[in-house]
Every structure is written in structure tokens, then in C-alpha cells.
Design a protein. Structure first.
Length: 156
């Protein structure tokens, strides 16, 4: 059994979204243990490879950050659209298609504003507010954390 970097990230993301406290996975050439609810409240990853059984990774896997990246100061009259999960953010339904929303666009409740891809599933994120999109804080194709602010909308 092979476990690549993307599969490892997906396992960590699933652990963060579930009630699972501990996961152990063993293959012929590796052992993986994921635990959560440690004092730092961050998943702990322990991965040991058998000597010479797996090539050494070029870089250590990226751990999810403890908090979403900081966003610029918030105006009190704006409503934030946040990521409900750890995923990859996409502004359009597919490459080459126009974005769901642009800066200055008017949106309505229930309108799709982006796609969040998690575990190869495409999840359309619908707006819970009507108004004007005044900020888009995430670049297309970038990973987002749970609770990270994606857009800000001026209601109205």
C-alpha cells in the first residue's frame, strides 16, 4: 500500500472534521498514527517508514494550521462568507469557465459563490446573504481551513 502526500493531507482533514480521536494505519512499508485532542488541540502525526522500503520524502507533509490565516481588518457593515470545511477553493465550476462571482457583483441567498473540493468531492457553497461582494480573500485553487473567511459581502 502506498500513501502519497495528498492522501495524507486528506486523512488529516477527515480527522479534523470527524469525531475520530485516534487512527492507526499500517502498510508493508509504513506505520501512520493520527491523534487529536492533545493539549495543543492539533492533530499529531507520527509516520515511520521501514528502512529503504520507501524513498525519503522531499519535504515534510504540511500540517494544518491551528487557526485560519489572518484576514484584513473587518468593517462592521460586512458579512463574512467562511469555509465550512478544510478544502480547496475554486471560483469557477471548471477551468476556463467564468467565476461564480466577481468583485462588485450582486448575490442572492442560495446563489453558488464557489466550489470547495474535499476528498475529491465538489461542494457548492451557497450564499446565506444577499448583497454586494466587496472582497474575495482567497486565490483560485488554494487550500482553505475550516472557518477561514473566503469573501465579504455588503448586505442589501
Amino acid at each position: 500500500m502506498q500513501l502519497d502526500h495528498n492522501q495524507l493531507r486528506e486523512l488529516i482533514a477527515l480527522l479534523g472534521e470527524s469525531d475520530i480521536q485516534e487512527l492507526k494505519l499500517e502498510g508493508d512499508d509504513f506505520r501512520l498514527e493520527l491523534r487529536r485532542n492533545l493539549p495543543a488541540s492539533q492533530p499529531q502525526v507520527v509516520m515511520q517508514a521501514a528502512p529503504a522500503a520507501m524513498p525519503a520524502p522531499a519535504a515534510a507533509p504540511a500540517m494544518p494550521s491551528a487557526a485560519p490565516p489572518a484576514a484584513p481588518a473587518v468593517r462592521g457593515d460586512l458579512v463574512e462568507i467562511t469555509a465550512p470545511m478544510v478544502a480547496t477553493f475554486y471560483r469557477a465550476p471548471s477551468p476556463g469557465d467564468p467565476a461564480f462571482v466577481e468583485l462588485g457583483a450582486r448575490i442572492n441567498v442560495g446563489q453558488t459563490v464557489c466550489i470547495l473540493e474535499a476528498m475529491k468531492l465538489m461542494n457548492e457553497l451557497e450564499s446565506e446573504v444577499s448583497g454586494e461582494v466587496v472582497e474575495i480573500l482567497v486565490e483560485n485553487g488554494t487550500p482553505v481551513e475550516f472557518g477561514q473567511v473566503l469573501m465579504r459581502v455588503k448586505p442589501g
